[in-house]
Design a protein around this ligand. Structure first.
Ligand code: AMP
Length: 380
C-alpha cells in the first residue's frame, strides 16, 4: 500500500539531489525528513525536518527511521549498515543490497558481467601480479580505478604503457582497483530508470553527456545515438533495475562505441546530475519518480515533448565574484537552479541552467550562451 499524502519521506544525504527530491516530494503532498551530518545542507533548506547526525550514529538513525514512512537516499555511499539500521523500522528504497553492489566497482562489474549486461572489459587488481597480468590482458592505454569512493574522475588514472602500471597503482595508494580497457567512445550517454513496488519500469533517455575535467558539464536530451544504441541502452537500464531489485530511481551511464555498442560505465541508484533536465522537460521528473516509487506509488510515464539541455554551474564561475544573475533575463526560456551552497569552490556544483527548445542543438546553445552571459569579467 502506498503512503498517503501528509506522510513523511526520509532521505539520507543533504546535497542538491536531496534538495530537488524534497521539492518534488512536497509537490506530491509529502513531508520530508533529511538525515545528513552537515547542519546547513541544501536539502535541509527545503525539507520540514532535519537530523544533523553521523551515518554511524545508530540511535539517531533509529529515531529518524521511526519518524518517517519510508527512506530513500541521494548518494550511493551511504554506509550499508545505516541503510540496514533504518530498514529495521521502515522500507529503505533502494535497499542496502543494491547499495552494497554499487559501492564497489569490482562488485558492480561482477554483477553486470553475471547478469550479461555489457560493460567495459576489466580485470580485478589486488596485487602486483594481478596488475601486470591485467595490463597484459587488456593492453594499454587502460584506466585504473580504485574500487571504492571514486566519483567525478577521482580515484582513477590512465596507465599509458606496461612500464607505467606500477606508477599508476602507487599513485592510487595500491588500494584494490579494477583495470578497465580504455574505450575510444563516440559519446557518453545515460538512461534514467524508475521501478515501483509492483515491478513496473519506466525509462528516460538516453541523455548525452559531456564532461570537463571529469565533471559533468552539459547534458542534452535526446542523445544523437542511433536507434539500435538507444534501444540497447534502455534495455540494459531496465535489466539493471530488475536485477538490483530497484524500488526508486537509478541512472545508468554508458559509453557508446564507434560500432554503436553500449557498455555500462557506472550505476547510480539515485537521481543523477544528467537527469536534472527532466524537471523542465518531463511531466514527471526524476525526483518525482523517486518520490512516487519510495512512497509505494506506481511510477509514471516519463516523456519529454521537446528536447532539453542542462549546463552545470560550478564554483569556478565565482572566480571574479558573484555571477551576473540578471544577465539570465536575456534568456527567458532558461531556468536557473541554485542549490543554496554558501561557499563556492572550483569544481563544486553550485547550481545549473536548463532550457527546453525545438531541437537539442538549440537547447544546448541556449544553456551555453546563458552560462557565458553570467560570467563576470576578470577585474583589473
Ligand atoms: P567514472 O568515474 O568511472 O565515471 O569516470 C569518469 C570519466 O572518465 C568518464 O565519464 C569518462 O569520460 C572517463 N573514463 C572512465 N572510464 C573510462 C574508460 N574505460 N575508457 C575511456 N574513458 C573512461
Amino acid at each position: 500500500m502506498s503512503l498517503a499524502p501528509g506522510s513523511t519521506l526520509g532521505v539520507f544525504g543533504g546535497g542538491q539531489l536531496g534538495q530537488m527530491f524534497a521539492a518534488a516530494a512536497q509537490k506530491l503532498g509529502f513531508r520530508v525528513h533529511v538525515y545528513c551530518p552537515e547542519s546547513d545542507c541544501p536539502a535541509a533548506q527545503v525539507a520540514e525536518l532535519h537530523t544533523p547526525a553521523d551515518y554511524h550514529d545508530f540511535q539517531s538513525i533509529a529515531q529518524f527511521a521511526q519518524s518517517v514512512g519510508a527512506v530513500t537516499l541521494e548518494f550511493e555511499n551511504v554506509p550499508v549498515a545505516a541503510a540496514e539500521a533504518a530498514g529495521h523500522y521502515v522500507p529503505v528504497r533502494p535497499a542496502g543490497d543494491a547499495l552494497y553492489t554499487v559501492q564497489d566497482r569490482s562488485r558492480e562489474k561482477g554483477f553486470l558481467t553475471a547478469a550479461g549486461i555489457p560493460t567495459t572489459p576489466y580485470r580485478n587488481v589486488r596485487s602486483e601480479d594481478e596488475l601486470h597480468k591485467a595490463v597484459a590482458d587488456l593492453g594499454t592505454p587502460a584506466v585504473l580505478k580504485t574500487t571504492k569512493f571514486g566519483y567525478d574522475g577521482k580515484g582513477q588514472t590512465i596507465v599509458q604503457s606496461p612500464d607505467d602500471a606500477m606508477r599508476a597503482w602507487s599513485y592510487l595508494g595500491k588500494h584494490k582497483c579494477v583495470l578497465e580497457k580504455f574505450i575510444e567512445f563516440r559519446r557518453e550517454i545515460s538512461v534514467l530508470v524508475a521501478r515501483d513496488m509492483e515491478g513496473n519500469i519506466e525509462t528516460f533517455g538516453p541523455i548525452e553527456n559531456s564532461h570537463a575535467n571529469h565533471i559533468l558539464d552539459v547534458s542534452v536530451y535526446p542523445a544523437e545515438s542511433p536507434q539500435s544504441a538507444v534501444e540497447a541502452a534502455q534495455a540494459a537500464a531496465r535489466q539493471v533495475a530488475l536485477e538490483i531489485d530497484l524500488v526508486g530511481l537509478a541512472c545508468v551511464e554508458f559509453f557508446e562505441t564507434p560500432s554503436r555498442e553500449v557498455m555500462v560505465n557506472e550505476i547510480a541508484p539515485r537521481p543523477h546530475n544528467s537527469g536534472h533536465l527532466t524537471i523542465e522537460a518531463c511531466g514527471t521528473s526524476q525526483f518525482t519518480q523517486q518520490a512516487r516509487a519510495v512512497a509505494g506509488m506506481s511510477v509514471a510515464p516519463m516523456t519529454a515533448p521537446r528536447p532539453a539541455a542542462m549546463a552545470n554551474l560550478l564554483g569556478d564561475l565565482w572566480e571574479n565574484g558573484e555571477p551576473d544573475w540578471n544577465a539570465i533575463e536575456r534568456f527567458p526560456g532558461v531556468v536557473l537552479h541554485l542549490y543554496g551552497k554558501h561557499t563556492a569552490r572550483p569544481g563544486r556544483k553550485m547550481g545549473h541552467l536548463t532550457a527546453v527548445a525545438d531541437t537539442p542543438a538549440e537547447a544546448e546553445r541556449l544553456v551555453r550562451e546563458a552560462r557565458e552571459a553570467i560570467v563576470r569579467p576578470r577585474r583589473g
